[in-house]
Design a protein around this ligand. Sequence first.
Ligand code: IMP
Ligand code: MG
Length: 174
Amino acid sequence: MEDKIRVLLTEEEVNARISEVASAISKDYEGKKLHLICILKGGVFFTCELAKRLTVPVSLDFMSVSSYGSGTQSSGVVRIIKDLDEPLEGKNVLIVEDIIDSGRTLSYLIEVLKQRNPASIELCTLLDKPERRVKKQVQVKYTCFTIPDEFVVGYGLDYDQKYRNLPYIGVVEL
Ligand code: IMP
Ligand code: MG
């Protein structure tokens, strides 16, 4: 069975916006090195596109987390499936996520990573669904798009592990 997917943001729109955000980040970190932390798996497409457009020196690391919860709700109890390869001590860290929904995953993760003494730690997300936020204290420094409360796929985001490779952002019409 094929799902029907309605295009919300085209590939051109997404790429143009990533370029804008990359310019802003490059400006903010001018003269510094930036350590990107890609949150697997959803953040991987966005991280690559963002990293290619940054003009400051970049290093990359990857982390995989899973939040226990029923169905589409995350619980806030986050399990680290794959930890970072390198320490964060003294680094300017930018966490790169696909989407901030309730904010539970990120609020936990930021607290964990702060313990590792980075010089700075900020958050960058491709999509933000502020209507769904439970953890209001999560500060997102860079957001590409704010979207309504709809379930989206593509550009790394999945529905049951499908559609991550779509080059645009779409809504699954259930
Ligand atoms: P949070 O802890 O509720 O903020 O969970 C965020 C995570 O839920 C994201 O990293 C995604 O993996 C997943 N998620 C939330 N909304 C969507 C969506 O619309 N499409 C696909 N995955 C989503
Ligand atoms: Mg995710």
